[in-house]
Design a binder for this molecule. Sequence first.
Ligand code: SF4
Length: 388
Amino acid sequence: MIGGGSQVVVQSMTDTDTADVAATVAQVKLLADAGSEIVRVTVNNAAAAQAVPKVSERLADLGCDVPLVGDFHFIGHRLLQDFPDLAKILAKFRINPGNVGRGARHDENFSQFIEIAKEFGTPVRIGVNAGSLDPDVMVAKMDENSRIAEPLSSEQVENKALVESALSSAEAALDIGLTPNQIIISCKVSRLPQMVAVYRELSNRSDFALHLGLTEAGMGQKGVVTTTAALSTLLEQGIGDTIRASVTPEVGGDRTKEVRLCQDILQAVGLRRFRPSVTACPGCGRTTSTLFRELAQDIQTHIGAKLSEWRVRYAGSESLQVAVMGCVVNGPGESRAADIGISLPGAGEEPRAPVFVDGERVKFLSGPNIAIDFIDMVESYVESTYGG
Ligand code: SF4
């Protein structure tokens, strides 16, 4: 369920040739197992359209029931009409109003697409992109702008055109017979301030569910930082019902990183919990060794390795908060605030580490096995708190 006060949904998209059923099944499964709650696949030709029902069937055989979304451009209306099995199994259709023809043909193709969604009761994402904005809308907005006394900048005009294209398409879909809760809107741009401005405008002007994404965010740290900043800004203001991180993986890289990024963003802004969190200080001149960094890393690795098991055996353990701190300055305070925390000895301190559980100091650890002993205590805490 997207929108209507439901929790924000994580989604992703495959980059396989959809017609390659085995590869697409494998990647959808990978993304779903990583936590993607919706997976979008490209449906760009007849071969892809024929493959999607097979992909769905094989996923079901594997016990994977993640909803599949068809990403359509240019000929979606024809593919959905020619391949009713495709229309039947998709959980959502994505249409880009800038890519369905121009003038009367645009209206005809758009109507045909929406009529099929109406017939199957399928939600539709009206996904506008700056890179493929409906040229008729843009031209109209530019003309309008040239006639006003103080013309807007070209970016402001583009923002208006993006919002206008999305909202007028949504209105047209309502006129054809879709219900408001069948419509999800996105307006994707690749620059953060523009994205924030556009979504604020959308949110002010309509109640449709919103799909957030900073399109073409890029690779590596740049992609992660800009996506995080853009999505967090909007989510923190209560804007957004489903999110996707459009980061570019390295060649041969891990496609599921985009899923993890979405989860981490939602967890960081406090909207959802997916995994236990480890609070660790950065270390400073008071840190006499790398012990606390090693311990923080060991804990993080241990939690990562145990995550799937904990999810099954210990419901609620995703809320666990662990602290691993480097000295007495902030160590006891942060450790007390966590569910379980350890304050390692900094320079000049006694070589023993107080451990705090639920705000109370319960023990001192010392010697070469501090890491193992603390991990054992974390395990016991998880079992006693979330077991049964
Ligand atoms: S808790 Fe201590 S070691 Fe960690 S950053 Fe603060 S002062 Fe430095």
